[in-house]
Structures are given as C-alpha cells and as structure tokens.
Design a protein around this ligand. Structure first.
Ligand code: ADP
Ligand code: MG
Length: 624
C-alpha cells in the first residue's frame, strides 16, 4: 500500500501536534467527539433534503471503546461518513474551517500556546497516539475505506469492511513515559470525566460499555461483574439550561467548541423568551472580527434549531447586515422541523424572532455603552464600521436603530463620544453638530477649517473613516440637530459671514481675477473669517464634500466626480499684502500665486496637487 504525503501545511501542523509539549493533550477527545457530532448533524441535515436518507433519532450516537490490552481507544459515530475522496481531502489537508484559519492567523506565533485556545481538529489525535486509523463508510454508499497514518511520514488509503454508515476512529495510544501518562486515556474513569468536562452538551448520546457489579443471583454477599451501556453526557444543550446554572467558562467553552471564534467572546447574551413565539437564544459578540469578516467569503447568520435539532447552520435571515458579527444560535419549538430554506424566508415566526433578536442586540449594546464603556469602545473599534455602514445602506432605513450606537472622536474630549453626549453638551448659541473629515485624527486636528469652530468653543467630531461622512449624510440630523462640516460654505456664524461678504465685495476684482486663473478648479474665491493663522483653505459648496470625492474617486466609473470647491483666503494673513501688490503690479505673478495657494489648499486636504512639476517649479521660483 503506497504511502501518500501530507500537504506541506498539514505536515507543519502535524509536527506541531506530535512534538507538542502542550500539557492539555486531553482535548483530542473533545475534538474527535465534536467531529463525530458534526457528522451526525450532517446526516440529519441531509435527510431533510434527500429522500434517500432517513433519520431515525435512535440510530444516532457516538460510541467510545477502550481496550487496555491493545492500547486502543475507538470513537465510533453513525454520522454521514466519508467517501474515499473525502478521506483524502478532509484528513490529508488541513480542513478549511478551524485549523487552516488558525494557521494563517498565528503563523508568526509559537505554536505551543495557541493550541489550547481553540479547536485544533482531527490532527490533535496525534498528540496521544502513534497510529491513527479511520474507517469510514459514507451515507448511501456500500464501499468503505480505511485511512491510516503514523504521523508526518504520510498516510495510506485502502478499501475495507465496515457494516454501518459512519466513521470509526481507532487511536493506538502512545506508551506512557516518565513525563506523560498516556495510559490514563484508556481508563474508564478518565474518559468519563473528560466527556463531562468537554462534551457534556453534545446533543447525541455518547455511549460506553461500562463495567458494573451486582449481587449474584440468589446470593446475599457475592458480587459479579457485568457490562452495561451508559450514556456519559447529559445532552442538555447549554442554551436550554438556566443562566444561574452556568458559569462564564461554560459559555466560553461552548463558544470555542463551536469554533465561533478563537478567543473568548466579548459579550454573551443568553435569553429565553416566552410568548406568541417562544424561543431560546444564545448570542455572542466576538472580541475580534473574524479573519474573513471584511471579505466576500464571510457569511453571516445564526444556527437555527427546532426543539434542539439543528435545521440550518447559518440562517442569514436572523441577523441584519449591520449586526453580522454576532455569532450564536436560536432554538424554537415553534418552528417546523421540516421547513425548507425557501419557506423559512417567509416564515412569520422566524421574522418575529429576527426582529426581537435585533432589538435585543441593540439594547444589550446600549447597556454596555452605559455601564461598561471601555468594553463598548473595544467592541466599537472592531465593529463600529459595520454599524456606520448600516446607517448608510438601505437608504438609511435603519438609522433609528443605529444612531445611538455611533461614536466619533471628539475635539474637546479627546476620545470617542456618542451623538447623545455631543448634543447634551452643545452651547446655547450652537446650531449645528460640527464635524471635520480627514485621514487621521492627527491630520484633522491640524485642519485650518477647524480653527474658527474651536475658537467659538464648539466641539467637533472627527471623521477619519471613509464611511463616516456618508453615514452622517444619510442620518442628516440627530435629535433635531443638523450636522455641519467645518469645511462647508456657511458655518452658521452670522457676524463672520457679514464680514466675509464685505471683504469679498471690497476685493471683488482681485478675487474674480484669481477665480479666472483657477478656471474649472474652483467655483469661487473669497475672503474668510474661518481662517485664523493659516493663509488658505478649501471650503465646500453643495452635497458632495471633498472627502466624499476622495472616497468615490477610488471606485470604478467615478473618475470624473468632483466636489464644488471654494478657495478661501485669509485677508488678515501677511501673504495677502503680496497678493494685492501682485494684482496691482504683476498679473502673471498673481496667476502663479493663485496656483500656489490652490495647491497648498489641496495638500492640506490630503489631495494630490494638480501638476506637481509646475508646483515644484513655482515654489523654486519664490526662493530667490
Ligand atoms: P473541522 O472539524 O474544524 O472541520 P477537523 O480537523 O476536526 O476540522 O476535521 C476535518 C474534517 O474531516 C471535517 O471538516 C470533516 O469533514 C472530516 N471529519 C472529521 N471527522 C469526521 C467524522 N467523524 N465523520 C465525518 N467526517 C469527519
Ligand atoms: Mg473538528
């Protein structure tokens, strides 16, 4: 029988397992049992869509057998089984789901400490065994195959006999050493306690033939041994238990077992709802975004159970997109077991549950913001973008749900604040909620446009995320207060505006000349009181802001998009004297000055200068 090689990355992971000095080797059993349980789930799931597969609840179980003499521990399941190809693909290559993601994420780190943080999968078997044999027969197939491996050298696959559908994994347990007592994995008591510890919530019975003793018939003091099948797990799923029976560790363990995430969740929401529709939910807010969260591959959704039995692995309809980061499950006895995916979408009960879940997540997040701000900020740093996208998408139809959950960096508080907090602090003469946009907090902080607003003592929200301004434009108002960009044409300061008008009027010819010199680039040139120390800036007229122009330009077909720009001049700045002089004496020079000032303003906005070579030459010209 030819031996095949493992794929390179599998080899590496295997090596890690075999040579692991990891003390928690016992988790291999949890991994294999969870795979067995998944396989039974799949069988059940298949029976819903395939007439040829039947699901009789009593036929589904996991069996553990320990043989001390042969030093074998066998894990048998009656699940979906694997074909020859599947044996090859699923066991010869690291599975995509858990293990592979882990490897990608943690390449740089030392393997040892990460093993314990999440499910490591099938290969963990090699931590305790020197030979692993997998016999499997796939559902609806009459062929069975045997996969066998001693570790890194490779594996072999050949046909074998197997009576029932399902998978049998036989571990040849390593000999004990001075440091490691592998023997204990063959010990009934140990196996029992491992199952209680890790696999108690597995919903299929985990059976083992256990040795018992009873009084011999007809005797009063003589005992005899006999064997009896016992189910070692309590099978009550965690979400059906009472909250007060459960410890945070229980939830965390469940979360990891389910591969919902690699580190413990930020927040657990466990609730039982009774009413028109009754259901249990167990929801988790992850501490970090999953590695594929911002890719197309990411699928949102909750597991959906009908009375404890899985009917859908990722029910997308249960979660709005803006809460797509939530993991977990819903279990309702009011849902029909045999409901098809198509029907499910229109199911009234399901819609009702989805609505309630949405409200629940929102209220839990608001509570977190109120009572545990640091935690909320941690959450917001990971998923705030998602909420902002939520405000923006669907034509703003979700803004009411989301607006209280938004946070932005504040110029006065120097930290993230909510819109509610901003509004509660607004000055009596303040009409708008002011914001400034830019690439980073540091850059926004220096924007000339912020000066006058800060001078008035008004707080400014800093928008440094692409989506921020789009979201706010969709929101339009918060608590009756309109949002106003510090770069917008009018800031709502009446006395300043009057003066600007007056000065612009006084220098009309000069500004008209500059506008002509910048034809097609700016809509207007004018005097501005918004500038204190800086000579120039760009202001914005109309709905499309300069920041939005930047974002939109990065998308295909938007190359020509343009915000209406106004070049604002600080007439109190000393450079204005030179401008006036050039206007009187040297118009060509003023043309050059106009271009220079415009380019300066572009640079401040984080936009590229129009013609870098010309710009450089003009600047050099001045150094004379
Ligand atoms: P994961 O469970 O995260 O997918 P594993 O390494 O634990 O990764 O398992 C790899 C794959 O092998 C599984 O995804 C599954 O397809 C297959 N597999 C493992 N054990 C069984 C089993 N008992 N029955 C059927 N398929 C199994
Ligand atoms: Mg697994």
């Amino acid at each position: 029988m030819a031996t095949k090689e493992f794929k390179a990355e599998s080899k590496r992971l295997l090596n890690l397992m075999i040579n692991s000095i990891y003390t928690n080797k016992e988790i291999f059993l949890r991994e294999l049992i969870s795979n067995a349980s998944d396989a039974i789930d799949k069988s059940y799931y298949r029976s819903l869509v395939d007439e040829n597969v039947s699901f009789n609840k009593d036929d589904f179980y996991i069996r553990i057998t320990a043989d001390k003499e042969k030093r074998t521990l066998t894990i048998n399941d009656t699940g979906i089984g694997m074909t020859k190809d599947e044996l090859e693909n699923n066991l010869g290559i690291i599975a995509k789901s858990g293990s592979f993601a882990f490897k990608n994420e943690n390449e740089a780190k030392d393997g040892v400490d990460i093993i314990g943080q999440f499910g490591v999968g099938f290969y963990s078997a090699f931590m305790v065994s020197d030979l692993v044999t997998v016999k499997s027969r796939a559902v609806n197939s009459d062929e069975a195959y045997k996969w066998e491996s001693k570790g890194v050298e490779g594996y072999s696959i050949e046909p074998c006999e197997k009576e029932n559908t399902g998978t049998e994994i036989i571990l040849k347990i390593k000999e004990s050493t001075d440091d490691e007592k592998y023997d204990e994995f063959l010990d009934e008591y140990k196996i029992r306690s491992l199952i209680k510890k890790y696999s108690d919530f597995i919903k299929y019975p985990i059976k083992m033939l256990v040795k018992k003793s009873k009084l011999k018939e007809g005797s009063k003091d003589e005992y005899e041994d006999y064997f009896e099948d016992e189910t070692l797990n309590s099978m009550v799923p965690i979400w059906r238990k009472n909250k007060n029976e459960l410890k945070p560790e229980d939830y965390n363990q469940f979360y990891m077992d389910k591969h919902f995430g690699y580190e413990k969740p930020l927040k657990v929401i466990h609730s039982k709802v009774e009413g028109v529709v009754s259901y249990n939910t167990l929801l988790f807010i992850p501490a970090k975004a999953p590695y594929d969260f911002y890719t197309k591959e990411f699928q949102k959704g909750l597991e959906l159970y009908s009375n404890g039995v899985l009917i859908m692995e990722k029910c997308a309809d249960l979660l709005p997109d803006y809460f797509s980061f939530v993991q977990g499950l819903v279990d309702s006895a009011d849902l029909s077991l045999n409901i098809s995916r198509e029907l499910l979408q229109h199911d009234r009960q399901l819609k009702f549950i989805a609505k309630k879940i949405k409200e629940k997540i929102k209220s839990e997040l608001l509570l977190m913001l109120k009572n545990d701000r640091d935690k909320y900020i941690e959450f917001y740093k990971n998923f705030g973008r998602q909420l902002k996208y939520g405000v923006y998408s669907d034509f703003g139809s979700n803004k009411d749900v989301l607006q209280d959950l938004l946070m932005f960096y504040s110029s006065t508080e120097k930290k993230l604040v909510s819109l509610g907090e901003y509004v509660s602090r607004m000055k009596e003469d303040q009409k708008f909620i002011y914001y400034a946009t830019g690439e980073s907090i540091e850059r926004i902080e220096k924007l000339p446009q912020t000066e006058v607003v800060k001078d008035k003592g008004f707080e400014i929200l800093y928008f440094n995320d692409d989506v921020d301004e789009f979201a706010i434009k969709m929101l339009m108002k918060y608590n009756e207060k309109e949002f106003k960009s510090v770069s917008s044409k009018d800031l709502g300061f009446e006395s300043d505006e009057k003066e600007d008008k007056k000065e612009t009027e006084e220098n009309k010819e000069l500004f008209d000349f500059m506008k002509e010199a910048l034809k097609g680039k700016v809509k207007e040139v004018r005097a501005s009181k918004r500038l204190k120390n800086h000579p120039v800036c760009l202001a914005n007229d109309g709905d499309l802001s300069i920041e939005m122009e930047k974002v939109l330009k990065m998308m295909p077909d938007n190359k020509d998009i343009k915000a209406d720009k106004i070049l604002e001049i600080n007439t109190n700045h000393q450079m204005f004297g030179a401008i006036k002089k050039a206007f009187a004496e040297d118009k060509d020079k003023l043309k050059m000055f106009s271009n220079l000032l415009y380019n300066e303003a572009l640079l401040i906005e984080g936009l590229p200068v129009d013609d870098p070579v010309q710009f450089a030459n003009d600047v050099s010209c001045l150094i004379k």
